[in-house]
Design a protein around this ligand. Structure first.
Ligand code: FES
Length: 107
């Protein structure tokens, strides 16, 4: 099962284990990870589930869709090359682990 490590803006790390067939956003919500607001519930219309994928892990993920890319232009915290919307990160057994850094703000 994949493990996700969320790193808060203050550097606090929290690791959770997730069964496949879930988005990283859902896993964060189910486990009470702070700083992932996900106001639209994964409908790709809010941009408040922004994360920075750790540089060591970015190649594990397929590139963002055009729709995700457009929404990333609207996120509150600075967009970086590793920015993703975690509602669009689908976990699978092929992904052993991911480190996701939570931005300072989602609004
Ligand atoms: S939860 Fe709204 S865009 Fe991801």
């Amino acid at each position: 099962m994949p493990s996700l490590t969320f790193v808060s803006p203050q550097g606090v790390r929290r690791e959770i284990t997730v069964s496949g067939n879930s988005s990283a956003m859902n896993a964060a919500r189910l486990n009470g990870i702070g700083g992932i607001e996900a106001e639209c519930g994964g409908a790709l219309s809010c941009g408040t589930c922004h994360v920075y994928v750790d540089e060591a892990d970015i190649e594990k993920l397929p590139p963002p869709s055009d729709e995700e890319g457009d929404m990333l232009d609207l996120v509150a915290a600075p967009r970086k090359a590793t920015s993703r919307l975690c509602c669009q990160i689908e976990l699978s057994d092929e992904i052993d682990s991911l480190i996701l850094h939570i931005p300072e703000t989602q609004f």
